[in-house]
Design a protein around this ligand. Sequence first.
Ligand code: ZN
Length: 203
Amino acid sequence: MPAVKVMDSMDKEIKTWTLWRDERINEEESKLLRKAAAELPIPLDERAKRDVEVLVDAFLRRNDAVGLAAPQIGISRRVIVFKNRNFNDRTPLKKDSGEYDVLINPRITQCRGEEEQENEACLSCPEISADVTRWTEIKVRAFDREGRKISKRYKGFLARVVQHELDHLDGKLIIDRGESLYYPSEKKAFFDGIFGEKVLYDE
Ligand SMILES: [Zn+2]
């Protein structure tokens, strides 16, 4: 029995912050998720480095997310992490696998190609999905984990993932962008209550 307990604490996932849970609004979590996150200082100080590592560790421990933004684990700072390949592979990623990107203080500097609509889900908006229109090609300026300037180009699904995660840094979620929202019919009363009155907007 004690051995199991140790395993539990080691494997414990960092909680993902959500707008609602079990048909109840999370007021505190919503407030942070809805807020524009703060930039990290460059060069990165100790606290910034630690925040980045906490986010990366939280992301690597899950196998159900393509990307994660710091506000989603309660850290209101501008850093995102996401898979850069093998999106459907559920095997947890290794720390130095090169299969994921970390962007600090990211900024989209160019949008190209066409706009495309696709269905998206978000860990912070459980049980719903939304049709969201995004650019198919973007250029991003950011800093890497060492605080060095980087510039990257993303296309297709990856461009969508980056735009989704970047939105989190501005307190924007798929329910704001979604042209159509989909949720389970048995929860219709709860979700109609939210989206009818826009109680989640904190502006
Ligand atoms: Zn999300």
